[in-house]
Design a protein around this ligand. Structure first.
Ligand SMILES: O=C(O)CCC(=O)C(=O)O
Length: 290
């Protein structure tokens, strides 16, 4: 893969949305947040995981949309909003219905509203911490089959969704393909979030010497799943550039892409790897899209 272009400096906005059971309201909230972010100068806008529905296996089937065949009011809005605002949009994720299966899917649009890529969550969130947090996405969802690298006006992005951040190999594979920004729409919770959310984002940044963006829904006290919030932007030296608590808000950061090159030159980890001792094997197809 050719080297990624240097987009210079890019202002990113992370929209930590208030998500309810009312899909139309969620769509309106997201649209307003995208407009607002563009109004404030953002060129890259990121939404959270499952922003159009409550985070629950009961909700995924009934809120799911067929993104390719339609109707898809959520992603149609995203395409129109990206075009109207003239921004690169990482559209969080929504439940996608495709050929009888459900996926947790993130769509990336360019500033004309063209769908550049779709990432289907590759690692499903199946955990059991007795009495604290039990969730099994695999009851309703099917995992995606590949990584997603996408060249945009806001840099080369590697997309993961929430639990995907726990798997360093995926991020390493992205870095190997020249990704400058790892983007994770996510929805950690109040059990794992306090210890793991920022730690994982900074770990992926320090290992791969790139920007890491994690965008969560706000905490909704009425929801069955309590999202951790704390949307965060981390720089390529693992420094927190912007973060927040759990309320609905939009946070901003300036991504200076020269820093990715600089940090990779300061600490030339890629060249120093001991390929004679270990190796990352990329078994995915070369295609970035699904
Ligand atoms: O990994 C975690 O602790 C949370 C993951 C999650 O909430 C998700 O994948 O949706």
């Amino acid at each position: 893969m050719a080297e990624a272009a240097d987009p210079g400096k890019v202002k990113v906005a992370l929209c930590q949305l208030h998500v309810t059971a009312d899909k139309e309201q969620n769509i309106a909230t997201a649209k307003a947040a995208i407009e607002d972010a563009a109004h404030n100068g953002a060129k890259l806008v990121v939404l959270p995981e499952m922003w159009n529905c409550p985070y629950s296996n009961d909700s995924f089937p009934s809120y799911a949309e067929d993104i390719e065949a339609g109707p898809s009011p959520s992603t149609d809005m995203l395409a129109a909003a990206a075009a109207a605002a003239g921004v690169t949009l990482v559209g969080g994720s929504v439940p996608e219905r495709s050929v009888g299966k459900l996926y947790n899917t993130c769509c990336v649009f360019d500033h004309t509203g063209k769908l550049l890529a779709k990432h289907r969550k590759t690692h499903l969130f199946d955990i059991d911490i007795p009495g604290k947090m039990t969730f099994k996405e695999s009851l309703t969802l099917t995992p995606g089959e590949g990584p997603t690298v996408v060249d945009t006006a806001a840099g080369r992005l590697g997309v993961g969704i929430c639990y995907d951040i726990r798997f360093p190999e995926l991020a390493m594979l992205y870095a190997k393909r020249g990704v400058q920004v790892l983007v994770y729409p996510g929805a950690f919770n109040t059990v794992t979030g306090p210890l793991h959310w920022e730690l994982l984002a900074r770990a992926r940044a320090v290992d791969n010497q790139c920007f890491v963006i994690t965008c969560s829904p706000a905490r909704n006290p009425d929801a069955s799943y309590q999202a951790w919030g704390h949307s965060t932007v981390v720089g390529p030296f693992a420094e927190v550039l912007a973060t927040t608590e759990h309320e609905p808000t939009t946070i901003y950061a300036d991504l200076d892409f020269a820093q990715v090159k600089e940090r990779r030159a300061n600490l030339p980890l890629t060249q120093q790897k001991r390929h004679d001792l270990y190796e990352l094997v990329d078994r995915s197809s070369s295609s970035s899209k699904q």
